[in-house]
Ligand binder design. Structure first.
Ligand code: NAD
Ligand code: WQD
Length: 338
């Protein structure tokens, strides 16, 4: 009996594979390596001492999906595979809708053909758009997304909810992640963006390691305590553990469940710079730049439902997030490349 982890070679997927294996689960990974490096697999084995079965392939490929469901005893799917760069999704909407939506439709069709009807889906705080009030709960309204990436998450939540409603044999967990940062304590796996990072923490660590000159802070005139954007940063290992806890919601009859995975605390961009400097002793030069298009001022989660129903709570604070992001970047300035 095994869990299929799509996108399991990626940032959150690889950390989740570690937690699953350490919890005693057998894991099969399907990843097309469009945003991952196969060398992560050796690092995973070094951490857990276990092999994860790896299939290099695409979630849009029915043949490889059928092969996996026929050969492996898959009980549940944790579905991370997808494209995730917000700006790129505006440039290439078709590619994002095809990869994320066609991919997920193909995956769930092959799942039901093979009688596997348990799925945990990687959704995002982006489905809340620009929230009217924080912290957001799972009952807060979903709002218009500002980019095709966000729409894929919002639409896929709807699609999975409708599939579950039509066939109650399905158990579906939608996990809305806030802003994952940090890395495994070993410093051997972590986030490995292609090109110049879009997200705040990988940008900061690349400034710290000397690959980038200075941080651009996008706006200091928001209605927040210091004027810079506020987000709910969550350690990726805590996030990964949330998936292990969510497996219990795939028991027969569980139906549809939705959880925020965040810490409940918001930090501004300048808070992150200050905490990073204190945790690592490395100075981060920065310049204030205009606001980034479509950015929101503030979003953070109420994680109360996940705590109550899953018994899950983030354990790492901002200091550990900064220390662990830095350990990974410092030890692997070129990601998995050497
Ligand atoms: P990632 O890019 O590191 O991981 C995604 C993995 O999926 C990659 O290894 C990639 O090679 C693989 N992949 C992409 N398309 C595929 C396809 N068609 N077939 C097979 N494999 C494919 O990203 P991540 O940060 O680990 O994110 C994982 C999931 O969580 C994504 O669905 C993402 O949208 C979602 N999410 C991420 C964040 C974040 O800030 N990192 C926040 C909210 C939600
Ligand atoms: C955080 C804060 C920026 C970079 C994005 C996606 C969202 C989700 C997570 C997947 C903001 C500021 C950033 C920089 C900066 N992904 N910033 N300089 O915007 O919350 O969300 O990633 O679902 O969908 O939109 O995260 O890390 O990009 O930005 O000042 O170089 O840091 O303006 O206030 P965000 P982020």
């Amino acid at each position: 009996m095994a869990i299929l982890v799509t996108g399991g070679a990626g940032f959150i997927g690889s950390h989740t594979v570690v937690e699953l294996q350490q919890a005693g689960e057998d894991v099969v990974i399907l990843d097309n390596l469009s945003n991952a490096d196969e060398r992560v697999l050796g690092r995973l084995k070094a951490i857990t001492g276990k092999d994860a079965l790896f299939y290099k392939g695409d979630i849009r490929d029915r043949k490889i999906l059928a092969e996996i469901f026929e050969k492996e005893k898959i009980t549940s799917v944790i579905h991370f595979a997808g494209l995730k760069a917000v700006g790129e999704s505006v440039e290439k909407p078709w590619e994002y809708y095809d990869n994320n939506i066609t991919g997920t439709l193909t995956l769930i069709d092959e799942m039901r053909r093979h009688g596997v009807k348990n799925i945990i889906f990687s959704s995002s705080s982006t489905v809340y758009g620009d929230p009217d009030a924080v912290p957001v709960t799972e009952e807060s309204p979903k709002k218009a997304c500002t980019n095709p990436y966000g729409w894929t998450k919002s639409m896929l939540e709807q699609i999975l909810s409708d599939v579950q409603k039509a066939d109650p044999e399905w158990n579906v967990v939608l996990l809305r992640y806030f802003n994952p940062i940090g890395a495994h304590k070993s410093g051997t796996i972590g986030e490995n963006p292609n090109g110049i990072p879009n997200n705040l923490m990988p940008y900061i660590t690349q400034v710290a390691v000397g690959k980038l000159k200075e941080l651009n802070v996008f706006g200091n005139d928001y209605d927040t305590p210091d004027g810079t954007g506020v987000r709910d940063y969550i350690h990726v290992v805590d996030l990964a553990k949330g998936h292990v806890c969510a497996l219990k919601k795939l028991a027969p009859g569980s139906g549809l469940s939705v959880y925020n995975l965040g810490t409940g605390t918001g930090y501004s961009v300048l808070d992150i710079v200050k905490n990073f400097e204190e945790a690592t002793g490395v100075k981060i030069p920065y310049v204030i730049k205009p606001r980034r298009a479509d950015d929101i001022a503030c979003n953070y989660a109420s994680p109360a439902r996940a705590e109550k129903e899953l018994g899950w709570k983030a354990e790492n604070g901002i200091r550990e997030m900064c220390e662990d992001s830095w350990r990974w970047q410092k030890n692997n300035p070129n990601g998995y490349a050497d």
